[in-house]
Design a binder for this molecule. Structure first.
Ligand code: KG4
Ligand code: ZN
Length: 358
């Protein structure tokens, strides 16, 4: 069983072929550089770049796999949520191939790609607790099975990666912000500035990063004579210290809510063994370390996809597509791409409004 997966929901054009033995037969990825100068992803530019590259990325992936397109058993694509122009490009490509080959098409929820990705590299059984932290999403979920999710908490404003990106932008560090903040934080003093932990006492598993971002803004403003972030002049060490304090506080916010979720998970799903982190922010080694310690403290195993599969890529789409395909969960060719698509939309709501009162 061989599945081709295509990713194009944000700023990465990716393709991969995987089989049910968890072998990555081939992969190719083009991360768009065009957005760097804008400090964020420009949807129109992204869509055009996906259109320009998707065919060659699919071809390159098949070439690396030494496979012919006819060897593929099914074609999956991220069909949402995401930037609709890019999503349409991937979905149309996948549908055309499926139609031409007379093979099934799988419209994959991009978040399910992140959610199931750890299973290609590790023996993670259902159910498991998932912290999904990317540029557009920040959720705590129980992954009960393929297509079965219970959402315990979500951000009420910015996603975790978005907060990294906005802080990096204020510090003039470019886009995406996460990798640069992580690098500079390693050289910084994480006790220098005291930053807030929004929603710390909310009594649920929800998260918020907007107040944290505003607190960082205030620190940066204090370096500008006219109080304008754009005019702030910061010594290098102070930038490092701000990065370290922000990374530490954001991590504490995530671990505190995940700890609450762990208690609920252990009670409701006593057979569950794993805590998993995925999504772009999961490439952060500082966060991975803290989540690893937290999981072990609660007697659970910790798993995360290899760092290169945390940010968007074709492998996660191909793998999650294969997981769906082997259960017969394929899609119609008239599936309409979805800019919004909650992972848990068919699930009964968790106890208590806005998440778990664990
Ligand atoms: O999963 P992803 O590639 O795209 C979405 O689906 O959103 O995630 C991209 C996000 C960006 O916000 C980026 O700044 C963040 O992941 N990111 C990181 C790191 N590497 C990427 N955040 C923190 N630390 C990192 N090392
Ligand atoms: Zn993503």
């Amino acid at each position: 069983m061989i599945v081709l997966g295509i990713e194009s929901s944000c700023d990465d054009t990716g393709a991969a072929v995987v089989n049910e033995k968890k072998e990555i037969l081939g992969e190719a990825l083009e991360s768009q550089e065009e957005h760097k100068q804008y400090g964020g992803v420009v949807p129109e530019i992204a869509a055009r770049a996906h259109l320009e590259h998707v065919d060659e990325i699919v071809e390159l992936c098949l070439k690396r796999a030494k496979l012919n397109i006819n060897d593929i058993d099914a074609v999956a694509a991220s069909a949402g949520p995401g930037l609709i122009g890019g999503v349409v490009v991937g979905v149309m490509t996948a549908k055309s191939l499926a139609l031409a080959l007379n093979k099934p098409f799988i419209a994959l929820n991009h978040l399910e790609g992140h959610a199931l990705c750890a299973r290609i590299a590790h023996d993670v059984e259902f159910p498991y607790l998932l912290l999904l932290v990317s540029g557009g999403h920040c959720q705590i979920l129980v992954v009960k099975n393929v297509g079965e999710y219970e959402r315990l908490g979500t951000t009420i404003d910015d996603a975790a990666g978005e907060a990294f990106d906005k802080v990096a932008k204020m510090l003039g560090l470019g886009y995406p912000g996460g990798p640069m903040i992580e690098k500079l934080a390693a050289m910084g003093d994480d006790s220098r500035f005291s930053l807030p932990h929004p929603l710390a006492n909310s009594g649920d598993c929800n998260l918020s990063f907007s107040g944290l971002k505003t607190a960082v803004r205030k620190v940066i403003e204090s370096y500008a004579e006219d109080g304008d972030v754009a005019h702030a002049i910061l010594p290098k060490q102070d930038v490092n210290d701000i990065c370290a304090c922000f990374q530490k506080t954001a991590t504490e916010c995530l671990t505190a809510k995940l700890e609450r979720a762990i208690k609920y998970f252990k009670q409701k799903y006593p057979q569950g063994k794993h805590v998993v982190v995925s999504g772009g922010v999961a490439s952060n080694t500082y966060l991975r370390g803290k989540l690893h310690d937290l999981s072990l403290r609660h007697g659970l195993e910790f798993a995360a996809p290899p760092i290169k599969f945390c940010t968007d890529n074709g492998v996660m789409v191909a793998w999650a597509g294969l997981e769906r395909f082997r259960l017969g969960l394929v899609s119609e060719l008239d599936f309409k791409p979805r800019p919004r698509w909650p992972l848990d939309e068919n699930a009964p709501k968790a106890a208590g409004a806005g998440g778990v009162k664990a």
